[in-house]
Design a protein around this ligand. Structure first.
Ligand code: ADE
Length: 224
């Protein structure tokens, strides 16, 4: 999968060089291309924002640099083009897995300030996505969340032992608790059932624990 991320703050994306995503990029399983929108501004001072028509606080990203940047990165509109925005569709597991399955190229546009001129969005964007009901100072952190979540569905990014099948959300329940060595820590023992090796009992225990944590933290998931 190739993901082009369009931003005024490319330096923020160094976080994607680490850990599982960084390794997948190194191995060429995943291609992440961070593009500086400012380089496409035709303004002599590379300005990319201006005051909103009609008044109001803050600045709006001008359409020209955004439009030209998207055209340069995806001239034939082969990619699914996404704008990260609190006004977008809420990101959930089903949306992540569907996007990963159906697209091998994505363009993710990050807005800043009070957003992007609507004409650039109307001309270029296929879908708006929000990572939750709160407003961030820009779309960059949201784009990293989306990239990380998508990458986990790209074949070979996760080790075969790790899987997206059993984890929180994929089966309508939050995930059961995990334990590792030592068997006792600060006087607290690992639950006996996990040490006895009876696979059926372990499955039952994990299922019960998954229900308990879902009732406690996300009862709305059980109503669904
Ligand atoms: N940009 C600002 N807030 C956002 C959010 N909640 N989701 C996606 N992009 C955003």
């Amino acid at each position: 999968m190739r993901i082009d991320i369009l931003t005024l703050f490319p330096e923020m994306f160094s976080a994607l060089n680490s850990s599982i995503i960084g390794k997948a990029v190194e191995k060429g399983i995943l291609e992440i291309n961070v593009v500086d929108i400012r380089e496409y501004s035709t303004d002599p001072h590379k300005k990319c924002d201006d005051y909103p028509f009609g008044g109001g606080v803050g600045m709006v990203m001008t359409p020209q640099p955004v439009y030209d940047c998207i055209q340069a990165v995806d001239p034939d509109h082969k990619a699914k083009r996404i704008y990260m925005s609190p006004k977008g569709k809420i990101l959930k597991t089903a949306l992540v897995s569907e996007m990963a399955k159906n697209n091998d190229r994505l363009v993710i546009l990050c807005g800043h300030y009070e957003g992007v001129d609507q004409r650039a969005l109307d001309l270029c964007i296929d879908e708006e996505i929000s990572i939750g009901d709160y407003v961030l100072t820009g779309g960059e952190l949201a784009a990293m969340v989306l990239t990380d979540a998508l990458a986990r569905y790209v074949p070979e990014v996760l080790h075969s032992a790790e899987s997206t099948d059993e984890e929180s959300f994929s089966q309508g329940l939050l995930e059961y608790p995990q334990y590792t060595r030592p068997r006792e820590f600060k006087g607290i023992s690992v639950p006996d059932v996990l040490l006895k090796g009876n696979h059926a009992d372990i499955v039952d225990w994990r299922n019960e624990e998954a229900i308990k944590i879902t009732v406690k933290n996300r009862p709305d998931m059980l109503e669904d």
